[in-house]
Every structure is written in structure tokens, then in C-alpha cells.
Design a protein around this ligand. Sequence first.
Ligand SMILES: C[S@@+](CC[C@H](N)C(=O)[O-])C[C@H]1O[C@@H](n2cnc3c(N)ncnc32)[C@H](O)[C@@H]1O
Length: 279
Amino acid sequence: MLPLANYDMWEPRLDEYARRFLNGKEWADYQAMAAHERRCQLQRLLDLPVAQFSWVNEVVFRTLWGSVLASTLPGSNPSVLEIASGAEDCIPQAMARTHPHGQYAAANMNKQLTAGLLRNTKELSLPIRVIEDDAANMSSHLGTESVDLVAFHHGVNDVLQAIRCDQEGIDTVDSDWMRTLPRMIELLRADVDQGTFEDKVKGPFLGLLTTLRDLLRPGGTMVMLHFPFQMDLDWGYPPDLYEGIIPMTRRWAEEIEGLTVIDEPGYPDQWWLFLRKIR
Ligand SMILES: C[S@@+](CC[C@H](N)C(=O)[O-])C[C@H]1O[C@@H](n2cnc3c(N)ncnc32)[C@H](O)[C@@H]1O
């Protein structure tokens, strides 16, 4: 697979990033791992589908989003909207360190995972707002042109899966997401086999992105990161679809008026998509 980032550039700075993006207890746990093991984990994380979860992952994803936040957000009090966060907290963790006076909100529908996000972020001084509704309805909750950054951390696939579940009457709000995942994967496999995936999801997905575009301030940015998880592949996720999510989204998003694809050197375009709202 194309690496997520360059190991030789990250390795010498991993401890410095860990110091910046982990709290005292997390840093102690990180240091308790043998240095050699930390480096092996870094190499595997950057070069292979993600198969292991440890403080090294947290350091990498918080640092990556920290650098996106630093380069895209204006001023010290920006507004960030994350889509389909689940319980994953790397964006608010990064933002608590780069923009502690900013405003963070997540649009997240699944109730169990929202509870997990609130648990994972309870010690942060950054206020966390979770809007428990479909991202497609965000204009009922947030003002037009009120957001500086819309962020998807490994969330594009989840939005597409939720669209298909909704179409098939499968509950993703009051259910256990991981228990539903095998049915989601089955649906996607059938769609891919029958060549119907794009017809089914592209319209609703572009509708959702258009709503999010309207929430962005002129000059604001939409950023998507996606990378493979080994477990999803082992469970039968169609590999070309899974690994091609960002190139497919880029192709589709080019059809949305008022958003332009921007090239961000240093962020591989297999895994990252940057869209800017035209001023
Ligand atoms: C597996 S979880 C989280 C994914 C997470 N970003 C990660 O790091 O893997 C998927 C979440 O996406 C949410 N989701 C999917 N489509 C959504 C939508 N249209 N609006 C809001 N939340 C959505 C689900 O409710 C669920 O909580």
C-alpha cells in the first residue's frame, strides 16, 4: 500500500510529537513501551493497513490533524465540525492543544459511540458539542457560513455505509455499530458485484457535502482522511472500494459548485482530500 507518511521523516521526531500531543499519563504509558517496539509500530502503522492500536497511533493521528488544524484554521478561535466521529477523539485531542479557545462540534448519529466520544474527551478543557443527527441535517443546527473546517477522520466510508443502511431499513443509530458492520459489508459487496454502488450512494452523499459546503465560511476548508483497517479487509470489505474511497470522493466532489480541490504537498492524495470553499 502507498504509505500514509514517510517513516524516515517521522521516526526522529516521534518522541517530540508524543510529548506535545499526549497528556502526562498517556506519555508515561508511551514511554513504558520499548523504544524499538514504538519504532516497529510506527513503521507498520505508516506502511500497512492499520492492525494494531496503541499510543503510537494516537501520536500519529493527533499530530497529523494538529498540522492540518495549524495550516487551515484562521485566528485562535476557529470553529471545527467533525463528521461521523464515532468515539474516535484524535481531532478534539489535537485541537485542545493547537486551538484551545476554538469551538469543536461533531455530527454523530450512533448513540453508543457518542457516549464513547464524550468519555474519551471528558478531561479536555476544549468544550465538546455532539450533534446527534445526520450530517445531512446540519443546517438545522449550525448557521450558514459559520464553520472554518469540516473534517472527516476515517468517516467517509461510515457515511456511505450509513446511507446504504438507511436505504435498506437497517438501524445505525440505536444499534451496536460493530455488530452491524458485517451486514454493511455484505451490502457493499453486493453493490460492487452488481455495479450499483455509485447509483445508490452518490446522490445522497453529494447532497450531504453540499449542505456542509453551505456551512463553511468563504475560504473555509473540508478535509477528509481515509486509510485501510486490516479488520475491515479481513471481514470482506471490497478492497478496491475501500482503498479508493478518497480518489472516488475527489472525482465526485469536483461536481460540487463552489468547492475546489486543493493540492496539499506532504499529504498523499490516495489518503487525503482537501476542498476549499471559493470566496
Ligand atoms: C465506526 S464509527 C466512527 C468512525 C471514526 N471516524 C473512525 O475513526 O473510524 C462510525 C460513525 O459514523 C456515524 N455516521 C455515519 N454517517 C453519519 C451521518 N450521515 N451523520 C452523522 N454521523 C454519521 C455513525 O453514527 C457512527 O457513529
